[in-house]
Design a protein around this ligand. Structure first.
Ligand code: ZN
Length: 155
């Protein structure tokens, strides 16, 4: 595994619609392993392909229960709302209030191409929506209602 560079701020790769993953091969597994390592080293909750310069529909999250890998994800259902602080490894030091669904049900493929469904609330729902947005070139700053100051974050 190897740590990859995380693109930040105005990097064009963060603002493009990603293409589906078509090949479920060793190269994909390597990318996913690298993304997980990069995310953990940066102490993030999630990381999407375009953040490491790969314009493919893949993201990883860890909301406290180990690494979860989503390839070609589709959000099938959302319900409720949550409003909370959000940040992104591509915008270090910046946080804002973002409204997200409180529940999501998502389907995706694993690294072998097998489809699965998963559902969850709160942080899981927030992380899936945030990372899924990255695959369409949308960053959390496009959705935030206001910026949080460092003082507010410390509370
Ligand atoms: Zn992000």
């Amino acid at each position: 595994m190897a740590k990859r560079k995380i693109f930040t701020d105005d990097a064009p790769c963060l603002y493009k619609v990603c293409r589906p993953v078509e090949r479920f091969d060793g190269k994909l597994s390597e990318l996913i392993d690298d993304m997980a390592e990069t995310m953990y080293q940066a102490e993030g909750v999630g990381l999407a392909g375009p953040q490491v310069g790969m314009l493919r529909r893949v993201f990883v999250i860890d909301v406290g229960e180990g690494i979860l890998e989503f390839i070609n994800p589709e959000i099938l259902e959302t319900s409720g709302t949550q409003n909370g602080a959000e940040g992104c490894l591509s915008f270090p030091g910046e946080y804002g209030m973002v409204e997200r669904p409180n529940f999501v049900r998502v389907k995706a493929q694993d690294r072998n191409g097998n489809w699965f469904e998963m559902e969850g609330e709160e942080l899981f729902a927030r992380a899936v929506c945030h990372e899924n947005d990255h695959l369409d070139g949308i960053v959390f700053k496009d959705r935030m209602s206001r910026i949080l100051t460092e003082e507010e974050l410390a509370d």
